[in-house]
Design a binder for this molecule. Structure first.
Ligand code: ZN
Length: 317
């Protein structure tokens, strides 16, 4: 199967650190975050180098908590040509926020990120894809143009369930005044198989995952891929006591992500990888430059290897 020339793939990164992930929540409650080692700057530099190598443009949905502590990193992502959007402030699922907190998070994270980069923040992604009707109603009034929080994996209880979508510009969905760049999954008969990225990108064999993406690209709607900098961090602390399923979701094939992402970009070189805003406004961008290297070693990655394994933490609880 071949993809149509220069099919767009919307590349997104949720910028958060390893201890902020929902699968590890029982071991790292919010009030413990200040005592955790930040790995996000180094891992993000590895990712930025990979993106530079393949000519990939992405949207980074940045967590406000991280932005406050890594202002220079957010500025660098912006100056290296990527879009900065909001991932909220606290990484709490939207269903769990007390009344009024969602609006505060949307306002605070937006103004913080705009203060750092001087550029408007137009997009939002809810932690854990926990989209709600309240979110979609609030976003346009607070100056957001699009959302990317809808993921129709209904087996995962963290994902929000929204009805009443219409097909809008460039094949994106709309509801009310907001444009939705939803995560796209693979449909086989009556089944929907998670295919948007994250742990599923690390779980399935790379060649199979690529073929699934090519199949999705044949449909008349954008394909949105998502990942996190911590997925490149094979030496991050190993957390215990979080349950087998959570542990599997977080750690599966972490040591292979670097090679998988290289395979993904080099294997789909006929596609154009772009961020959300660019997709919505400039769908016919220049094609991805042809690259042949499959095993690049960015400077940041070499630095991480040279440093050797980091201290291993064990959490019992
Ligand atoms: Zn997140």
């Amino acid at each position: 199967m071949r993809t149509e020339m220069h099919k767009p793939i919307i590349m997104t990164v949720d910028l958060e650190d390893w201890f902020q992930v929902e699968n590890l929540r029982s071991a790292y409650p919010h009030d413990s975050w200040n005592s955790c080692d930040l790995h996000v700057p180094l891992n993000t530099h590895v990712l930025l180098d990979i993106f530079d190598h393949y000519g990939v443009h992405a949207t980074f949905f940045v967590l406000g908590w991280v932005a406050e502590r890594c202002r220079g990193l957010v500025r660098e992502i912006h100056t290296r040509g990527h879009e900065i959007a909001s991932h909220g402030y606290s990484h709490r699922l939207l269903f769990d926020l007390p009344k009024g907190q969602l609006e505060r998070e949307l306002r605070t994270s937006k103004s913080l990120l705009e203060d750092i980069t001087g550029a408007p923040v137009r997009g939002f992604r809810a932690p854990g894809f926990s989209v709600t009707d309240e979110l979609l109603e609030l976003l346009p009034d607070l100056g957001y143009e699009y959302d990317s929080s809808y993921n129709n994996i209904f087996l995962n209880k963290r994902c929000g369930k929204i009805d009443g979508w219409r097909v809008g510009p460039n094949g994106a969905l709309t509801k009310g005044k907001i444009v939705e760049l939803s995560i796209r999954n693979l449909k086989i008969g009556p089944f929907t198989i998670p295919w948007g990225g994250g742990g599923y990108f690390r779980l399935f064999p790379p060649a199979l995952f690529k073929r699934g993406v090519e199949r999705i690209l044949l449909e008349e709607a954008p394909y949105v891929f998502y990942m996190h900098p911590w997925e490149l961090d094979s030496v991050q602390p190993r957390t215990r006591g979080i349950g087998r399923l959570n542990g599997f979701r977080h750690y599966v094939h972490l040591s292979d992500t670097f090679h998988r992402i290289n395979y993904f970009f080099s294997g789909l070189k006929d596609c154009s990888f772009m961020g959300c805003h660019r997709y919505l406004h400039q769908p016919s961008v220049t094609p991805l430059p042809l690259q042949t290297a499959h095993t690049i070693k960015p400077a940041a990655f070499r630095e991480m290897e040279d440093a050797g394994p980091m201290e291993q933490h064990e959490i019992h609880g």
